[in-house]
Design a protein around this ligand. Structure first.
Ligand code: KG4
Ligand code: ZN
Length: 334
């Protein structure tokens, strides 16, 4: 079964064709990062307008490069939430038009579930149950994936998402948007023990996260240095901040894996591209007999292939959508 999938929830316009949930035939991604960089973050209205402009070209190149036609496509999938409402609407409208005109099934996909499914593409034999840490620009979750369509949320952020904290700290340090990759790179050149930033574990048995206190601590430290004319190396701040985030993410994930008895841990979402997180999680979880999975970098950040993969399992479970499908900016994972 070949699914044509559309992703437009934030600042990537992406179209993929995925066969049977695991085989990516094509995954075209047009990133708007350069457009939003000068504003220091994503401007929703500009994102929506650029999706409208770019989507037809991305679609055309996906079909041309894969040498497929609409006749080869069995269903149309689209991210319908969570995300920016205007951005989502562009993808949803395009998907509905295609499904209607071509008379093919329509599958509305949850973006967070899509991030998890990126691991199905990377690891063809990976099957639930497993534990997953979803860390993106807008979300931080620890989720027990019981089956393809069954999730138990064990923890979530109470304030900022992990990626959001990376972006905000990077901005204050003068790195361009998106800040995650810049901090990741700088952290490799800095001293992670230069500043001891707080590790917020909340209650010992809680799998929830909180990053706003850490973010404020970093900002206060930088302001303090500036006021007192104390010199600091921004690579050291980046490394110290990243170490504080990773300590909490890795510790809680390993604790959660132990508590649930799950021996497989997948990381997903934009922050799963973080080299430090990948290395630390593999090492610490590995020492505890847990196998760690993460996708290639291109499948960590937003892309339509992961949506095409998840859509296959939605379809298998009979979860198709009708033409009333709407953008749902606050869509929850069920
Ligand atoms: O999943 P994603 O592409 O979009 C959302 O669904 O939010 O995640 C984007 C987030 C941004 O906050 C970005 O700074 C972060 O992922 N990110 C990283 C890295 N690459 C992207 N954070 C830390 N290290 C990275 N290498
Ligand atoms: Zn995402």
């Amino acid at each position: 079964m070949k699914i044509l999938a559309i992703e437009s929830s934030c600042d990537e316009t992406s179209i993929a064709i995925v066969e049977d949930g695991r085989n990516v035939i094509i995954n075209k991604i047009y990133s708007q990062i350069d457009i939003h960089k000068k504003y220091g973050g994503v401007v929703p209205e500009i994102a929506s307008r650029n999706h409208v402009i770019k989507l037809p070209y991305v679609l055309e190149s996906a079909l041309t490069e894969s040498q497929l036609t609409f006749d080869d496509i069995d269903a149309i999938a689209v991210t319908h939430g969570p995300g920016l409402v205007g951005a989502l609407l562009v993808g949803v409208s395009a998907a509905k038009a295609l499904a209607y005109a071509l008379n093919k099934p329509l599958i509305g996909v949850n973006h967070i579930e899509g991030h998890i499914a990126a691991n199905y593409i990377q690891f063809p034999d990976l099957k639930p149950p497993f534990l997953t840490l979803v860390v993106s620009g807008g979300h931080t979750y620890l989720i027990q994936v019981n089956a393809y369509e069954s999730y138990t949320i064990l923890g979530r952020t109470l304030d900022d998402a992990a990626g959001e904290a990376f972006d905000k700290v990077a901005r204050v340090l003068g790195y361009p948007y998106p800040g995650g990759p810049a901090i990741d790179q700088a952290a490799r050149e800095g001293n992670a023990e230069a500043v001891k930033f707080p590790r917020v574990f909340l209650d010992k048995n809680s799998f929830d996260f909180s990053f706003s206190g850490l973010k404020s601590a970093v900002l206060n430290y930088i302001n303090h240095c500036k006021q007192k004319n104390i010199e600091f190396k921004r690579e050291d701040i980046a490394a110290s901040f990243q170490a504080a985030v990773l300590d909490v993410l890795v510790e809680k994930t390993c604790h959660c894996a132990k508590k649930t008895g799950l021996k497989k841990v997948c990381i997903a979402g934009g922050v799963s591209a973080n080299q430090g997180l990948r290395t630390r999680m593999k090492k610490q979880a590995g020492e505890e007999g847990i196998t760690v999975y993460y996708p290639d970098l291109v499948l960590c950040t937003d892309n339509a292939a992961m949506i095409g993969s998840m859509a296959y399992y939605d379809y298998q479970a009979g979860k198709t959508s009708d033409l009333y499908l709407n953008a749902e900016p606050g869509l929850n994972i069920e």
